[in-house]
Ligand binder design. Structure first.
Ligand SMILES: Nc1ncnc2c1ncn2[C@@H]1O[C@H](COP(=O)(O)OP(=O)(O)O)[C@@H](O)[C@H]1O
Ligand SMILES: [Mg+2]
Length: 358
């Protein structure tokens, strides 16, 4: 996948612009808070996924604007495509002149992998970050998974709200039965898809990690369910119902599951050094890109948002070597460490404007 043109208007602090990235490494550099991440965030949104910063749509629109309009031209292995996203009270998308029913319909049409500083702590952070990683990865290889996730989260919300009301109205127990049935069915499917993904990505991750650690360590994953897998989610939810009503939350399901990462059989979260944790994060991201290519046949664009300065020279080189032949967007304050490695384009960003392009 190659982005050949980007148009941004009314988006965050970015001044209206159209620019042409090169097919290799594109570096956006400049001081803090100038709009570098905003530019790569605009590109990322074409993956159809939510902002990688967890921003609400309304936060994407420039302060004095009523809507934001983003355009890209991109090549996949088949043809040149044109896509447009309008963010107003809702996000709409058009692909090759056809209005899509939602922005999420772009999932699988344009693919990207984003690596940002918060992901460097994916191992030591809470499980939510690890679930987000796997869900984003699975969505892009299987767009129907996004619908499954959104169905599950709707049902979970309904259930949690019923758990609060059922104390006062026991007739709602019948409704709870119906919700439980649907929610556990969706939940089981989500857990299955995640386990399948972990199983499929483990060999690639092992190989990548081997390169990163010079063959000293072997990475491994384990999907940790929030319930006894032999029992199954349906039975677990049934069993937990009384407690769930008391606590007013749903205690078992994929929203509570986790992924444990091991090096030579030891939990990295518990026993790993800072360096090992970072290497795991790097390996996970590179694996995500690898699997995406393997499953969809398309090479995702790679976005490295402010991560290079957080990594030592060895890991920086490893990443840059690994993503050769792909289109890359890098943001950084000091471009010198990556300048040498790149024959690509450099954009200097100041106050939401591209003030220099070399
Ligand atoms: N909706 C918005 N409208 C206008 N400016 C915004 C909006 N959201 C964020 N900003 C501004 O964008 C700037 C941060 O941009 P960012 O891309 O994160 O900077 P960096 O260059 O450090 O990556 C801040 O000055 C912030 O105030
Ligand atoms: Mg930034």
């Amino acid at each position: 996948m190659r982005v050949s043109e980007v148009g941004i208007k009314g988006f965050r602090n970015v001044c209206e612009t159209v620019f042409e990235p090169c097919d290799e490494i594109n570096i956006f550099y400049g001081e803090n808070a100038q709009g570098k991440t905003n530019i790569v965030e605009a590109i990322w949104l074409f993956s159809g996924m939510k902002s990688f910063r967890g921003a609400k749509d309304s936060e994407l629109i420039g302060y004095n604007e009523s809507f934001a309009k983003l355009n890209i031209k991109f090549f996949n292995s088949v043809r040149e495509n044109k896509a447009e996203i309008i963010v107003s009270n809702k996000r709409n998308a058009v692909l090759n002149g056809v209005k899509l029913h939602s922005c999420a319909a772009l999932i699988g049409k344009f693919s990207a992998v984003v690596f940002s500083p918060s992901f460097l702590s994916v191992v030591e952070n809470g499980p939510a970050e690890r679930r987000k990683f796997i869900d984003t990865a699975v969505c892009q290889i299987k767009p129907s998974y996004a619908a499954l996730l959104s169905e599950y989260s709707k049902l979970l919300k309904q259930r949690n709200s019923l758990l609060r009301d059922v104390m006062f109205d026991s007739s709602l127990l019948d409704v709870l039965d119906v919700i439980d049935e649907k929610m556990t069915a969706a939940g089981e499917k989500i857990a299955q898809e995640r386990k399948k993904y972990l199983f499929e990505c483990e060999p690639a991750a092992k190989k990548i990690f081997e390169g990163l650690s010079s063959g000293k360590e072997e990475i491994g994953f384990l999907y940790k369910s929030s319930y006894d897998e032999g029992q199954g989610l349906k039975a677990a939810v049934k069993e937990n119902r009384k407690n769930d009503i008391i606590n007013k939350v749903t205690s078992a399901g994929p929203h509570r599951d986790d992924i444990e990462i091991f090096l030579n059989g030891n939990s990295v979260k518990s026993f790993g050094s800072q360096g090992q944790k970072r290497s795991c994060a790097v390996a996970l991201k590179l694996t995500e890109a690898h699997i995406l290519k393997e499953k969809t046949g398309e090479q995702p664009v790679i976005i490295l948002d402010d991560v290079m300065s957080e990594l030592d020279a060895g890991r920086q080189d490893f990443i840059l070597n690994h993503i050769k032949n792909r289109q890359v967007f890098i943001t950084c304050c000091d471009p010198s460490p990556v300048f040498g490695a790149s024959g690509g384009k450099k954009f200097e960003i100041q106050n939401g404007k591209i003030i220099k392009c070399i």
